[in-house]
Design a protein around this ligand. Sequence first.
Ligand SMILES: Nc1nc2c(ncn2[C@@H]2O[C@H](COP(=O)(O)OP(=O)(O)OP(=O)(O)O)[C@@H](O)[C@H]2O)c(=O)[nH]1
Length: 518
Amino acid sequence: MKLSEKLSGTFVLHSSLGRTMAIFMLLLLTAVLVVSAWTLDRSWSRKLQDAESSAVNLSVSQARQAEDTFLQTEITLRAIQREIPDGGPAYANKAALSRVLTEMKSGLPQLNGLFVYDTQGNWVATSSAHTPAGMNNADREYFIYHRANRHGGSHIGHVIRSRLTGELVIPVSIRLNDAGGGFVGVVLATVRIDSFRRFYSYFEMGDGDMLALMLDDGTALYVRPFADSFINRSLSSSSLFTTQLVRAERGKGTWKSALDNKVRIFGYARSGQYPLIVAAGFDKSALWSQWLHDSMPDLVLNGTLLLIIILIGTVVLRQVRTNVENQLELTMLRDELTTINQSLQALALLDGLTGLANRRQFDLFLTQSLKRAAISGRPVGLIMMDIDFFKRYNDTYGHVAGDNCLRRVGDELKNMPLRQTDLIARYGGEEFAIVLPDTTIAAALRIAQIAVETVREAAIPHESTALPAGVVTLSAGCFVVAGSDAEQDAQHIKEGADHALYQAKHNGRNQAVINEAG
Ligand SMILES: Nc1nc2c(ncn2[C@@H]2O[C@H](COP(=O)(O)OP(=O)(O)OP(=O)(O)O)[C@@H](O)[C@H]2O)c(=O)[nH]1
């Protein structure tokens, strides 16, 4: 594999350092992400909790405020009731009663008016400066209610438009009875919707937040910030009435508002004294926007932290990549050097022409063999061989052919059935040698003869040889020593073999001769 191929793709991740760094960066990134998400989630939950608490507090305080308003109104109605004679309004001094009503109303700015009606619904007295003549309220819901119900408790009705001022008002009324409990009329106070509008405007609330005053049948008396057209709308289908109030008199929750389908965080409270409910709701989407705005510094900080980690990770992984690259380059260089060294070593020990061991290897091997023999006491044999009339061969066929001939002879010798422990070498020029560790004289002679026969039988033509065969032949001399002093024996064995070779040449060549002097 080329270096560029090795480094492509995810190769860096396959290095242990690269993998460790990548995992570390990934863990760090995940940890920061998880911690950031957890922190932001907690912050949002806190925001929701705060909104819920505020909504509950607001609804409870407004329920109390509404209770106070209606209690004050009821006390006023009771005071008027005491001013009316036992027989009913018809027996009252109308002018005096109207003065009382006017005086009472003057101290209560939330009231639109105070009224007294007789059994027929006729206006007997009002808090207004002029009581219009011929006015009748027998058609009003509160009048019909009191005429039909004997109880003397107060009654809060739906919002109506005042016939006196045209203003939107909440009617609060009580029934007037004679001594026998018979119906003799109604005392009415009308509470201004504007008084709630003004009061609710004091609170700092967002455009989407709402504050609602309702009757316990679900009728909206006033809902901030909705238009007056929403007044008297029934909210009984909302989650507040179907689920929440069934469970508890006060509480909190998140639901879709029945008026505009907006999701709000609500707090609600039911009045203990009057059939009134107050609900305060904060627009969830506005809360979210506000939270996002408030959390922006944290978000930016976390984002920056993530970016820094990614940047550091990239730089570190690049560095790792460079290191891996360098390491690989070094490894490849080392491998190349090892290969070159091995080639050089082989070249240093081999003969370039024949591929046989060279003279250097021959000398090393012979010395080693003699050393081992000195220890084991086993004999070492040496065969020295020389091509016959090789000068003539060169002269006849040329030096290139002479080299080829040397190669052929080397190949033939290589193919001889020798042991692994034997070594064939080109001794120099047209001379060859075979080192035979652990070999007797008889065996050495036999191998020398095989070498001579092998080369002769290869039948390499040699027309200028003085021998009758007309082919390339070898003369071989062999000598065997028993191991003792290595240095001296190397010289000794070479001389012994050389002497035998000389004898073989002298005897007519193409033969093997043994020197038995060793
Ligand atoms: N082509 C070639 N010739 C070589 C090489 N090395 C030695 N020779 C030749 O081998 C010849 C050896 O000749 P001599 O030593 O006179 O011996 P010879 O002609 O073989 O005769 P005898 O050994 O007496 O049979 C010389 O002519 C060398 O030049 C070689 O590597 N290549």
